[in-house]
Structures are given as C-alpha cells and as structure tokens.
Design a binder for this molecule. Structure first.
Ligand code: HAM
Length: 417
C-alpha cells in the first residue's frame, strides 16, 4: 500500500466540519476588521524566501522544499505566507504609502521539519497582514484580530508573549552587545549556536539546547537597548493593549525565527500543546518590501497554525459536532420506483434538504438502517401505494411518527430539525 508522505495528513470527511468551522470563523472575523482574502500560488521562485525570510534562518537553511523545475529554475514550496504575499502585493502595484491595505489568508504551507505532535511537513496557517501603517495602532489591530479569533473559537486560556526588537539602530547596538557577550561564553555554546553567533546572533536566544539556555539566561536583553523611537512605539502598543483589556507577558528573549521582524513581535502559547506549544505568532516587518524589490513600506501581521488550533480545541472538547450526511433518506421498496425516487430526492434537495437515496439496491430493512447510519432525521418511503397515488410517506425517525402526503405538498411540508 502506498502511504502518504511522512509529515502530511489527509483530512477525511469525519473531521472536515472542524475545518469548515475554522475557515468560516477566520473569514468572518477578518472581514469584521476590513481584511480581504489574498491567495498566492503554492510555490515561488526560491529567492522570494531566501531574500524575504532570511539566509540565516532555519526555515531557509534547513526546512525548504526546493527543487529545480524542468526549465532549470529554482522553485520553493512556500514555507510561510508573508514573503509570498509581499511579492504579490508589490507585483500587483496596489499598495500606496498613505493608504492601508489589509489581507488575510488560510492556506497550506511546507517545511521539511522533523514530524511530531503539532509539527507537520504540510500544515495550514490562518494569517493576516496590515500593509502601509508604521503606527503602533496597526500592531494592536492585528493582535486584537487574533484575540477576537481565539475568543470566537472558545479558547479562553492562552498566553500572549510580547517583545520589541526595536528599529534597526537599536538592533545593531544590541546585536553588537550580544555578540560580545556570546563570544565571552563561546566555548560553552553548542556548535549550532557558535555558527549562528556571527550570522544571526539573536537566534541563539531561542536555542532549545540546555547549554545555550544556561548561558543566554545572563545575556543582555534588547529592551535595555531600545532608542527613544523604539521605546515610544512599544509603550504605545502596550498601553493600547491595556486599554483593550488584552493581557500579555513581556518576554525579552522572544526573537522569532524569521529575519524580517522589527519593533513588535509576539507569540501565542497554549499549555494544551506540549513541546510545540506555540500556536501562532507575528510582528512588524518594515524592510521586507524593499528587500523584495518594492518601495519601502511598513507592515505588520500574524499567522496561526491550524493543526495546532485543532489540537487545542480537541483537548478542550470544543471541536464542532460532525454534521449529519443527510437530513432525509429516500427509501424505495421496488427497483421499478428508482426514477420516481430520484425525482422525489430532487424536490427535497430543491427545498434545501440534504437528501440521500439507496445506491446499493438493498432491502427496505437495510435502507432504513442506512438512513439511521447517515444521521437522517426523516425517511421518505416509497411503496406500491405511494407510487401509484403519486404520494410519499414521511417517517420521523426519532419520533417514529409518520404521515402520507401527495407529492404536490412536498414544497410546503414542514420538516422539523
Ligand atoms: P511562524 O512562527 O513561522 O510565523 O509560523 C506561525 C505558526 O505556524 C506557528 O506558530 C505554528 O503554529 C504554525 N507552524 C509553523 N510550522 C509548523 C509546522 N511544521 N507544523 C505545524 N504548524 C506549524 C510565520 O510563518 C510568519 N509568516 C507569521 C507572520 C505573519 N509574521 C508576520 N506576518
């Protein structure tokens, strides 16, 4: 038997209602905030991500599905949306300095990571990006949107971790201070972190290795290096969140694994998840547009992992109920009634009722069993007398009551659910 590729998952009909629920909630909440959906191709020229996400990141170095296509072009399955979306917005020429554009997406992404609970090689994200505002109000709108979404799902307990990476001046000064500190402790760092020290020292801060954690504990923190502009931005974000009653935890070592961030960065954590406890994150990225060849344009956004949200909903027992396959099952007692049954089914569907018929030429008993199995509330029975008199018998399966009506009365008949 051919198995699905490791780290990928089929979404079978018994879980599809959860996906509809998440997709629908994402759409409703995004639209309430004035965001419009944007879809991009699943693959891009590799440089979109090597330039966008950053050469020194794990995503670009280790996790990308990259291949040469038959024309010899280097192509990558998108590992995230922000770089693709910025590429698309630049290409469409629809962004302007003084006019905000707001986008959301719900799509599959690809990372060659070691699969485990909550970590897949094809996974889905719901995200949104707010383009062209440099102001903290837009950072907060993005966080507010995530808050509304999480609440709409019924998730009450989660942690919002918040930090500022400051502007590029602050970060340069901090970067140097951090390199100095790490150099002094170089021999105790893991090899990975030693390699990162020069290229991307901030990434050492979120190393999971015990040695590194012990050293990083005493490392300087970025918040002590913010200049006035960066401090003002962060203070405004915090005070707006306070006034909205959105709780957060300042986490000075939160740096996030993508290079494009500046100023506000944030991540959502849930204790329901185990090792992969982050179910979303985001932040401000003011240089990505120019890195990808566009006009310098400030922006901020977030993305949430859909499979991780499902794990949380599962642990809270809050997955939506699976919808019945059919509202009505048409039971036909004789093969000669097939065309009649098919016509009745059409009339019922025209009323908006999910209607199934027997496709296995089974006995009445087996058809009634099938009606129950597919969750139908009603069986519509066609026997000799119904066929001859242009009637149907409607049986309420939960109450065991039934009545016979002429087919001309089906459109008005009040099926109760
Ligand atoms: P990210 O933190 O790399 O950010 O991913 C966001 C979320 O996607 C994670 O918190 C996690 O829930 C989910 N995720 C990531 N990798 C996997 C995986 N292998 N399996 C399952 N879930 C996964 C970004 O992607 C940024 N583009 C977010 C952003 C948008 N920043 C600004 N705008």
């Amino acid at each position: 038997m051919i198995q699905a590729v490791r780290g990928t998952k089929d979404i079978l009909p018994d879980t599809i209602d959860t996906w509809y629920f998440l997709e629908e909630t994402a759409r409703i909440i995004s639209e309430l905030y004035g965001y419009r959906e944007l879809r991009t191709p699943s693959f891009e020229k590799t440089e979109v991500f090597s330039r966008g996400v950053g050469e020194g990141t794990d995503i670009v170095n280790k996790e990308m599905y990259t291949f040469l296509d038959k024309g010899g072009e280097s192509i990558t399955l998108r590992p995230e949306m922000t770089a693709s979306l910025v590429r698309a917005v630049i290409q469409s020429g629809t962004y302007q300095q003084n006019s905000v554009s707001k986008y959301w997406y719900f799509a599959p992404f690809y990372r060659y990571e070691r699969p485990q609970k909550g970590r897949l090689r094809q996974f889905h994200q719901f995200g949104a990006e707010c383009i062209s505002s440099p102001y903290p109000e837009s950072d907060v709108e993005i966080i507010q949107l995530t808050h509304s979404f999480i609440q709409a799902l019924g998730i009450e307990e989660y942690k919002l971790m918040l930090n500022s990476l400051g502007n590029s001046n602050s970060r340069d000064v901090y970067r140097n201070a951090l390199i100095e500190f790490l150099k002094d402790n170089k021999e105790n760092l893991t090899e990975d972190s030693r390699n990162r020290l020069e290229i991307n020292p901030l990434r050492v801060l979120d190393s999971k290795a015990e040695n590194d954690i012990a050293i990083v504990k005493n490392a300087p923190i970025i918040l002590d290096y913010l200049d006035n502009e960066s401090k003002d931005h962060f203070e405004k974000v915090k005070s707006l969140l306070d006034s909205l009653g959105i709780g957060y935890e300042i986490t000075p070592k939160l740096v996030r694994g993508l290079d494009y961030y500046c100023h506000t960065v944030f991540e959502f954590q849930s204790s329901a998840l185990g090792a992969q406890d982050s179910f979303g994150g985001g932040g401000r990225y003011n240089t990505l547009f120019s890195q990808l060849g566009g006009k310098e344009t400030p922006a901020v956004g977030f993305a949430m992992g859909v499979e991780r949200l499902i794990l949380i909903l599962e642990s809270l027992n809050k997955l939506p109920k699976t919808e019945a396959e059919a509202d009505v099952f048409v039971v036909s007692l004789n093969l000669d009634f097939q065309a009649y049954a098919a016509n009745i089914a059409q009339i019922l569907r025209a009323k908006g009722l999910k209607t199934a018929t027997d496709l296995q030429r089974r006995s009445m008993k087996a058809q009634m069993r099938e009606a129950n199995k597919c969750g139908a509330k009603y069986a519509v029975i066609i026997g000799d007398s119904e066929f001859e008199n242009k009637q149907i018998t409607i049986k309420n399966l939960s109450e065991s009551s039934q009545e016979t009506i002429g087919i001309e009365f089906i459109p008005e008949y009040d099926f109760k659910f």
